[in-house]
Design a protein. Sequence first.
Length: 389
Amino acid sequence: MSTAPLVRDPSMSRLLDDGYNLVIQGGHLIVRRMPYVTSAGVVAYGSLAYPVTVSGDRINDDTGDHRIWFIGEQPCDEHGRALPAVSPQGRAITEELAASFMISSKPPTGYTDQHAKVTSYARILSHPAQAIDPTVTPTPGARWDEIEDGLPFVYRDTASSRAGLAALNCKFRGQKIAIVGLGGTGSYILDQVAKTWVDAIELIDGDFLDNHNAFRAPGAADVEELRRRPNKAEYYAELYSHMHTGITPHPVYLDQDNLSLLDGCTFAFLAAADATTLPAIMAWLTERQIPYIDVGMGVEEVDGHLSGLLRMTTHFPERAAGPAPAPALAGGRVDEYDRNIQAADLNAFNAILAVIAWKKYLGYYADHTQAVETLYKLFTGEIRNRATE
């Protein structure tokens, strides 16, 4: 979990010196006990919130967006009239906490730091409240809290908070994902899945990491790692554990004798090249109503150029995908991919097609066609979707 205490920047320390009640939650700075006036003309207390920029374990003094969000009722002036800078605009802070209003008040030169931003909005809200009750204050006494988000990351996910996607990202919670095969396409699938809020990731591959694998994978393997020739599942588990917790490697090939490795998984990506074991794996998943996606690609040389086909097939319990043979090459040509050509772009694209289909299945992305298979023809650039029959 992302439990490392944050190092506050100077302007954040100034806010505490002033006596503000601050909490870091859901990638946002929340200023609590903020007095304001409701539409009934009475003083109440709400909270200001905005996403913060975090580098590692440090909060940066980067004001960025001048807007701020308000948790409470409609803020008004001392006569109960809605403040002109406030508009009804919701924003999810966490799955349980959301703001209902956005306040926009940008000075001509912008805000110099977070202290200037917070104190400016505190005045906008608290001055009408003080006109009714001079004893109220936006600085009730310094307090600093960090509420853990419970996410499966080593450090905080502030990308989601900056985009306001906390509620959508909760669709990944409770997911245990299996990735079978950590070659070119499988490693790119991992690269994307590891950046989501899934609870656990199981990596299954009995092969070793060699030079040709490094040229098909995301990132850049160190030459010392290649000399050591680590198992792929163990190598990628260690690498992506720098970001995501709950990654478990299984340094074996998956076959009919060890399918129990998939027990408890809620979704599987099949990216292994061994087609002989694929039917047994697919049957096991189908019998247990576990949704999965399998990918394949075929590349051939034609007149000094490479051409071929990428395939992504979904197998969801409520959709009938039918059999998914590997992409066939015309005229009995040799699959150049098996000769270790460097086609990382095709691997990445195949993986992205699979990950997008998975996110559609979870409801993260909108899905109009509910395609059960996607084919990409390299020569024509055509993407063809086959919908549910």
